[in-house]
Design a protein around this ligand. Structure first.
Ligand SMILES: Cc1cc2nc3c(=O)[nH]c(=O)nc-3n(C[C@H](O)[C@H](O)[C@H](O)COP(=O)(O)OP(=O)(O)OC[C@H]3O[C@@H](n4cnc5c(N)ncnc54)[C@H](O)[C@@H]3O)c2cc1C
Length: 191
């Protein structure tokens, strides 16, 4: 039996692992990753820590070498946002205008930062999710003396700690009574 095409929407760790796992398990059909990101899959944990502080090279952040995708016959299409489709017809529509057909669909679209509704776009206002966000914050911190962080969850707390290591003044604003309260509870948050 000929294996049918698998289309994976999302080029984060989840989508990347799904594609390579299919090959490892012997799946020999077409595998395609559609990713809205500008960069091939990378390891986000670096983005608020070692990469943000300039301690690791860009190459270390990527999950696979570029050549590994062609070697494993995984087609990866970057800057390709899926905006709709039909499960009945097994098609996806792309923001760029085209359509892609699938037999099996894997949705691995991850998370998106919540923005402050009233805050206008500005050269010194950032959210952190992508490699490009981390690069922009890293560059911004080079010029900055003080950082205002909204949200003291894991990512906010990590960016705060990284900025302190870089010698910046940091003010964190959090609606919960202690940092990390949602993830770890008040007792650990207090520590
Ligand atoms: C700064 C930061 C630090 C982190 N640190 C840690 C840590 O230390 N330890 C830990 O365990 N976890 C950490 N995490 C969380 C971890 O990175 C996530 O759990 C992980 O990235 C989830 O992987 P994912 O593939 O499900 O989603 P994501 O990594 O969010 O990937 C989703 C992908 O889908 C793409 N996409 C979204 N919508 C569409 C669409 N419509 N069409 C096409 N593509 C689309 C996005 O562009 C993205 O490439 C951190 C996250 C961040 C942002």
């Amino acid at each position: 039996m000929t294996a049918k095409p698998v289309v994976i929407v999302g080029g984060g760790g989840g989508g990347d692992a799904a594609a390579f796992a299919l090959r490892k398990k012997g799946y020999d059909g077409e595998v395609m990753i559609l990713s809205a990101d500008r960069d091939r899959p990378y390891d986000r944990p670096y983005l608020s820590k070692e990469f943000l502080r300039g301690e690791v090279e860009l190459q270390k952040v990527f999950l696979h070498e570029e050549a590994e995708y062609s070697k494993e016959k995984i087609e990866i299409r970057l800057e390709e946002r899926v905006v709709g489709g039909s499960l009945r017809d097994r098609t996806l529509s792309l923001q760029s205008g085209g359509e892609v057909s699938f037999d099996t669909l894997v949705v691995s679209t991850g998370g998106t930062p919540r923005r402050l509704p009233e805050a206008p776009d500005s050269y010194n206002l950032f959210t952190l999710r992508s490699l490009r966000d981390s690069q922009a914050i890293r560059d911004g911190l080079k010029r900055a003396k003080r950082l205002l962080l909204v949200g003291a969850g894991f990512i906010g707390a990590e960016v705060g700690a990284s900025a302190r290591q870089l010698g910046k003044e940091v003010l964190m604003v959090e609606s919960a009574p202690v940092p990390l309260a949602r993830a770890l509870g008040e007792e650990v948050g207090n520590v």
